[in-house]
Design a protein around this ligand. Structure first.
Ligand code: MRU
Length: 342
């Protein structure tokens, strides 16, 4: 299987996540505009994966830059950077990856366009390969939190499809399974975009990890009945105090977990932490188009012009989060990221 997203022959190849699980189709982006559109349309999604996509997008943009040095190179770079930055507002990893690329640009812009293009490509490839290694470490750090025989609830898709490989929340589950534990996953379907039903279910089935699909509103009842031992989710942005933005519905799962005495874990790379913001109130929440709520699989399920709200993410206050698992270890409350070593 090809990775979620990678670089091949001067283009970015990504699996079209809108088509899964019905079709396994890979698309090729040859321009930075195509990459930006792929992020917006959710061909590629998941915080680390869109960071990788944006980094490769910047490489593609600079590959077609005309100017070699000076003011016009600067103008080209800024235009490409701003287009990619505008794609999706919530996931910190997108901005983190672009900032890493900008640092390389600043360092090597004086070396000439060819050398600059080479070092930008090397940096984007490093972002991709480091993410795969980071997910493995998140898995190793988190696996002992999952006991043998546990049923674990996850929301959205924080798996291989959302990262370079292996996944964050799913990395923890995979690592527990690799330890020899029997783990069963409850996958929330994750309305409206159905990342759980379409992507998490597909990934886990392929890996032979037992998975049970539920609609989002069933999770609370199953927790109440003692059928769920832990919740593990990914994150799009984590504030200094541990408040965590993730797929809409995560907050409800966290409150229900607390009510029912079920531990609630967030698994994410350090690149998801936004040390510039104090708490979750400052996290920008993307609002997506109403059709995603009015329709399922392109079929209208309600009154055509019904008013709709469609926030794509919510913020779970840190007080509901039992632990945050990163590649550096397991953090427990009170969370104080960005103050001393995280
Ligand atoms: O809108 P999406 O599908 O990009 O949202 C993805 C999520 O909310 C994931 O849980 C998060 O990005 C973590 S992915 C490792």
């Amino acid at each position: 299987m090809l990775p979620t997203i990678t670089w091949r022959n001067r283009s970015v190849i990504m699996i079209d996540q809108r088509k899964l699980p019905a079709q396994e189709v890979y698309i090729r982006c040859r321009t930075y505009i195509q990459v930006a559109q792929a992020i917006e349309k959710m061909v590629v999604r998941g915080a680390p994966a869109i960071g990788i996509a944006a980094a490769y997008g910047l490489v593609l943009g600079l590959m077609s830059a005309r100017a070699d040095t000076g003011r016009s190179l600067e103008r080209d770079f800024d235009k490409i950077y701003r287009r990619l930055e505008r794609t999706r507002p919530t996931a910190r990893n997108l901005f983190w990856a672009l900032e890493r690329m900008r640092a390389v640009y600043e360092r090597d812009r004086g070396l000439g366009l060819r050398a600059l293009q080479k070092s930008l490509l090397a940096e984007a490839q490093a972002i991709e390969s480091e993410d795969a290694a980071t997910c493995r470490l998140i898995g190793l750090n988190g696996r002992d939190l999952i006991r043998d025989g546990a049923a674990v609830l996850t929301h959205c898709n924080a798996g291989a499809l959302a990262t370079a490989a292996y996944g964050t929340a799913m990395g923890v589950i995979r690592a527990a399974v690799e330890q020899g534990k029997k783990v069963r996953v409850f996958a929330d379907e994750t309305r409206p975009f159905l990342q759980g039903a379409r992507l998490t279910a597909w990934e886990l089935k392929r890996d032979g990890i037992p998975v049970v699909l539920i609609t989002d509103n069933m999770a609370g009842w199953l927790m109440h009945k003692g059928e769920i031992a832990a919740v593990v989710v990914g994150a799009d942005r984590i504030a200094r105090n541990g408040d965590t933005a993730n797929k809409i519905g995560t907050y409800s799962a966290a409150v229900l977990a607390r009510e029912n005495g079920v531990p609630f874990y967030v698994a994410a790379p350090v690149s998801t932490i936004d040390a510039t913001i104090e708490d979750g109130r400052a996290i920008p929440i993307e609002e997506r188009k109403p059709e995603e709520v009015r329709e399922i699989g392109g079929r209208l399920i309600t009154v055509p012009d019904i008013e709709v709200r469609n926030p794509a993410f919510d913020v779970t206050p840190a007080k509901y989060i039992t632990a945050i698992i990163t590649e550096r270890g397991v953090c427990r409350p009170p969370y104080k990221f960005g103050v001393g070593p995280s």
